[in-house]
Write a protein that binds this ligand. Structure first.
Ligand code: 5BU
Length: 276
């Protein structure tokens, strides 16, 4: 069966990258393909939202550089919540520089991302050297990398041959590149005429997911969990404001209700896709 028709458990068993395997196992164990993106600026809001959505997610996505009162205790608390609720961590850093620089940005500085984030991502724009730089830090730690093959925004330039080249770069670095941030499945994308279809399983994590809005005032575009998982074959739905609202202080009950709702929608779309 094509990868899109296999269960998360079947796919977990075949993964060689530890972060990819752990993510698929977590999805299967908790029966959730929901990743919540927590883009808030106060550490108390950040940690409260994560504690509330924890039971319903496989993965939390962070932008730690937007937290105004950041200190290293935020990471300690985040790791405690990851253990308490059984989810993985994805810092959405979108690296985009030369190999030497991204290796430093990934390992060092204030955030030391590689030391706590199971998964991170990079723009393919610099070419394969960005993967070499990041993998020198991430592979020894058992981390996984997603390449940004497509974006959810209006007018995105990541289309066509750019997307195809991103997939080729991933195919050449399977020890570290576990998949993509994209809007569709990428299996077999970018194969040349003389290349046979490889037996490959790339994870596709998809932002730009919302049930109540079509977009925002700054170019974001939303599709439903059903469109993303069932029609486009993506594996994980990434939801931010759809879960915690525009108001960071939203009460935990409202946040919990939305997390349960997106979890249920995402899982139903997956079950329909694989026919279980
Ligand atoms: P939202 O509140 O659900 O719109 O948040 C979406 C999150 O996903 C936000 O953190 C973005 O930085 C991130 N994102 C995105 O929206 N679209 C993309 O193509 C990529 C990332 Br890549």
């Amino acid at each position: 069966a094509s990868v899109a028709m296999q269960t998360y458990a079947q796919r977990a068993a075949k993964q060689t990258n530890p972060a990819a395997r752990a993510l698929l196992e977590t999805i299967e164990r908790k029966r959730t393909n929901l990743c919540v993106s927590v883009d808030v600026t106060k550490q108390a809001d950040f940690l409260r939202i994560i504690d509330t959505v924890g039971p319903y997610i496989c993965l939390v996505k962070t932008h730690v550089d937007v937290i105004e009162d950041f200190d290293s205790s935020v990471i300690d608390r985040l790791q405690e919540l990851s253990a308490k609720h059984d989810f993985l961590i994805f810092e959405d850093r979108k690296f985009a520089d030369i190999g030497n620089t991204v290796a430093l940005q990934y390992s060092s500085g204030v955030y030391k991302i590689a030391s706590w984030s199971h998964i991170t991502n990079a723009h393919p724009v610099p070419g394969p050297s960005i993967i070499s730089g990041l993998s020198s830090v991430g592979v020894p730690l058992g981390r996984g990398l997603l390449l940004l093959a497509e974006m959810s925004t209006k007018g995105s330039l990541a289309t066509g041959s750019y997307t195809e080249e991103a997939v080729r770069m991933a195919r050449a670095n399977r020890d570290f590149v576990i998949g993509f941030i994209a809007q569709h499945r990428m299996d077999g994308v970018g194969l040349r005429e003389d290349e046979s279809s490889p037996d490959e399983d790339f994870l596709v994590l998809t932002p730009g997911v919302g049930l109540d809005a079509k977009g925002d005032a700054m170019g974001q575009q939303y599709r439903t969990p059903r469109e993303v998982v069932l029609e486009s074959g993506c594996d994980v739905i990434i939801v931010g404001r759809g879960v915690y609202g525009k108001d960071n202080a939203a009460d935990p009950d409202a946040v919990r209700v939305q997390a349960e709702r997106y979890r249920a929608e995402g899982w139903k779309a997956y079950q329909e896709r694989v026919g279980i």
